[in-house]
Design a protein around this ligand. Structure first.
Ligand code: ADP
Ligand code: MG
Length: 737
């Protein structure tokens, strides 16, 4: 069966060569009970390991069933071990957390047998070694002799032709040792048994051959009883372990050691909680910076507002406005953007409101207080219901006369009132809308009156007098004849000999839509005495250094049709569709929100980058920390996995079984974490900050976290299994024992 011819085994250790054994010649047959003895260090274990295929040899030839093995690969030896060899060790090498039955069963599960088809066989063998009473007892509770009997049962159940036992009685008292040897002899009929012992007396009576070793050599090889006809060696049948059995073992291993289960559980729980907490707090700060956006260009940044101008840069016509209003998602159209974005001030005594003017026709919902206007002098105020003047002093607002203040540039206001109006209605909106805009709904006529004023504020105005350009104030007057200008008498000092009359005056107006130039001649200058007569106005003092021109001339510069309008949609979710429809009408639509000068944007971007980097770093760091922790936890399991390996489990098997164990554990811990978060959200557990953080986590993030967790546990099992298989089985085993 087994034949060794001049076989030698050397150990190479950092350049130093040690001899395991040299030039061993041995021929062993099925049916023999071979006892190997010799002092410590003589090479007995090394010889057994080579015979078992657990270790390699360097010289000579070893034949198995007549087949030479020197060309065997690691895989071939694995095969050989599964078919021929069962090992029994001095230190038992049992799974302490498994029962007697489970220990015996393990080897069969690993070799592809189904659980139900092996039950009878296992029970029979447990009976043969006299442990029926203990079949459901955990191995850790057994005595040494009982443990070794379990090991024998496990070796037998595999039905291999060769049983190799290295000092099986080394850890036993004399009485148990005797029992074990007897059992071994009894169950090992028709097999080749190779036993190492340093106590030859115990075995002598059973031995058919005694081999004595000294200093790595065989010094005695005595055949006591001849085996005549060597029976045919029956290879042990094996298949690869079934998926189902892998799951069975993985599940069994998840729960069989409670402290290990809880520790792994805690590690997984901590990892996922830490990553989710870190991620959600970044999400939170990202949200917070998002809210701090603002715009300088547009006062109304509503999500519902679309800015429009025509692709050919001409002004809008009434027909076009009608077409736009007919679009299904259009709520209302504001023809002149300047009214929205350039505000006006309405004041009465110390009370004033600043807001934008809109066409009263856009107010479809009606008023909460007062009534709708009936003439040009009446307006409606739209305002937040929490506004102090509305909450506390509404009587001083409703039905009271205010004056629209005159603007001097974008944000400067004089106290001079331009027009008086009465607030006859007030429409309030709820404070929850988070909007503090004030709107004045006025008649079309008032809009027309103010259009020039608004356009003027949005244009660059250059007035050239005496070929010099300066910033003068320009005002319309009905008393000044068309084509002429009346200016402050002070201006004459700019001219040679103070001759200002009939001098030319040129006015240039420019904005993003149009350019206008008007050439006038100065016909008169005003002083305090003739001011009223020339200009038709009252207050000389507040109108110093001003240029008055005819109202029609003035309107030709500023009272232009609408070049930029806005449309407000009913449903902002469908805004893209509406924009497409506008495009088809020859309009350039733009969401006003695109013009948000978002101060937070750059921070948002930075936070986003930091979020990704920190999350990745955190995952990597946590991976290594958890790998270390898990490795320490699993360290106690090294023997378990080495044992699996010796019983025939491959690298893939071991990895998969560990995989399943970690998968079950991490999934359970993740479910508990999700339940915990759910309870916090439902306020069953009161943790405000965690509840707030959890608002920033969505299904996507939870799923992603789970995927990361599973990937991490897979990586850990791969790393662990690699480490386990880096060395030959026996070396890994020796490191652990
Ligand atoms: P025994 O089992 O008879 O006590 P061993 O087979 O364990 O002896 O050891 C035989 C020789 O091989 C000893 O000299 C021992 O030092 C050496 N040896 C055993 N294992 C190793 C190893 N892993 N590395 C280096 N030398 C080893
Ligand atoms: Mg030894």
């Amino acid at each position: 069966m087994l034949k060794l011819k001049n076989v030698s085994k050397f150990y190479y250790n950092k350049g130093i060569i040690a001899t395991g054994f040299t030039k061993v010649n041995l021929e062993l047959k099925i049916g023999e009970f071979v006892v190997i003895t010799g002092e410590s260090g003589s090479g007995k274990s090394t010889l057994l390991n080579v015979i078992s295929g657990l270790d390699s040899y360097e010289e000579g030839e070893m034949y198995v069933n007549g087949q030479e093995t020197s060309h065997y690969s690691e895989k071939d030896f694995e095969d050989y071990r599964r078919k021929y060899i069962a090992n029994i060790f001095q230190s038992f090498n049992l799974i302490n957390s498994y029962t007697v039955y489970q220990n015996v069963e393990l080897v069969l599960l690993l070799n592809g047998y189904k659980k139900h088809e092996v039950k009878k066989k296992i029970l029979k063998i447990i009976d043969e070694v006299g442990l029926t009473k203990f079949k459901n007892t955990k191995v850790s509770k057994l005595s040494g002799g009982q443990k070794q009997r379990v090991a024998i049962a496990r070796a037998m159940v595999k039905e291999t032709p060769i049983i190799v036992a290295d000092e099986p009685t080394g850890n036993l008292d004399t009485e148990s040792a005797k029992e074990v040897i007897e059992i071994l002899k009894r169950v090992a009929k028709n097999k080749l048994v190779v036993v190492v012992t340093h106590n030859i007396e115990q075995m002598e009576q059973f031995a058919t051959r005694i081999v004595k070793m000294h200093d790595g050599r065989i010094i005695q090889n005595t055949e006591i009883k001849k085996v005549k006809n060597e029976p045919q060696a029956e290879e042990s049948k094996y298949h690869n372990i079934s998926i189902f059995n892998k799951y069975r073992l993985g599940t069994r291993n998840t729960f069989n050691i409670k402290s290990k289960f809880l520790l792994l559980f805690a590690v997984f729980f901590f990892i996922s909680a830490a990553i989710l907490a870190e991620y959600s707090s970044f999400q939170m700060s990202e949200e917070e910076t998002k809210e701090s956006g603002y715009s300088v260009g547009f006062r109304d940044l509503s999500e519902k507002r679309i800015l429009m101008n025509k692709k050919d840069r001409t002004s809008f016509t009434d027909e076009e406005y009608e077409q736009i209003k007919k679009l299904s998602n259009v709520d209302y159209v504001v023809e002149d953007d300047v009214f929205i974005d350039g505000g006006v001030s309405i004041a009465k005594g110390e009370m004033s409101f600043y807001g934008s003017m809109l066409d009263i026709n856009n107010l479809k919902e009606g008023v909460n207080y007062g009534r709708m206007p009936e003439n040009d002098d009446e307006i409606v105020l739209e305002i937040n219901e929490e506004h102090y003047y509305i909450k506390e002093r509404i009587d001083e607002v409703l039905n009271k006369t205010f004056s629209i203040q005159k603007s001097q540039g974008l944000n400067a206001w004089t106290n001079e009132s331009v027009r008086e109006i009465t607030i006859v209605g007030i429409r309030t909106y709820s404070n929850e809308e988070n909007n503090y805009e004030i709107k004045f709904y006025v008649s079309k006529n008032i809009l027309n009156e103010f259009r020039s004023e608004m356009n003027k504020n949005y244009s660059t105005l250059k007035i050239f007098m005496n070929n010099k350009y300066e910033q003068y104030t320009l005002e319309p007057s009905d008393s000044v004849p068309s084509g002429t200008a009346v200016v402050d008498d002070e201006f004459k000092y700019q001219f040679k000999n103070y001759k200002i009359k009939n001098q030319p005056l040129s006015i240039n107006v420019e904005n993003i839509y149009y350019k206008e130039q008007l050439n006038l001649s100065i016909t008169n200058t005003y002083t305090k005495s003739n001011f009223k007569k020339l200009t038709g106005k009252d207050k000389y003092d507040t109108n110093r250094y001003t240029i008055f021109i005819n109202t029609n001339d003035y309107n030709s510069l500023f009272n232009k049709p609408s070049y930029q309008s806005s449309v407000y949609v009913k449903d902002e979710k469908q805004i893209e569709e509406t924009m497409n429809q506008l495009e088809n009408l020859g309009i350039n639509p733009k969401k006003v929100t695109d013009f948000r000068v978002n101060q937070g944007e750059i921070y948002q971007r930075i936070i986003k980058i930091i979020k990704v980097v920190v999350t990745i770093v955190l995952i990597i760091v946590l991976f290594f920390i958890s790998y270390l922790i898990i490795r320490i936890i699993l360290k106690s399991r090294n023997i378990y996995y080495t044992t699996l390996r010796m019983l025939g489990a491959t690298y893939k098997n071991v990895r998969r079984i560990l995989d399943i164990e970690l998968f079950i554990n991490s999934t359970l811990s993740y479910i508990v974490l999700l339940l915990f978060i759910y309870c916090v959200k439902q306020n069953v557990i009161h943790l405000e900050y965690i509840a707030k953080l959890s608002e920033f986590l969505h299904l996507k993030e939870y799923v992603l976290m789970y995927v990361i967790l599973i990937l991490m546990s897979r990586l850990i099992s791969i790393k662990f299994a690699r480490k386990l298989f880096k060395n030959t089985a026996i070396n890994t085993y020796n490191e652990e024992v």
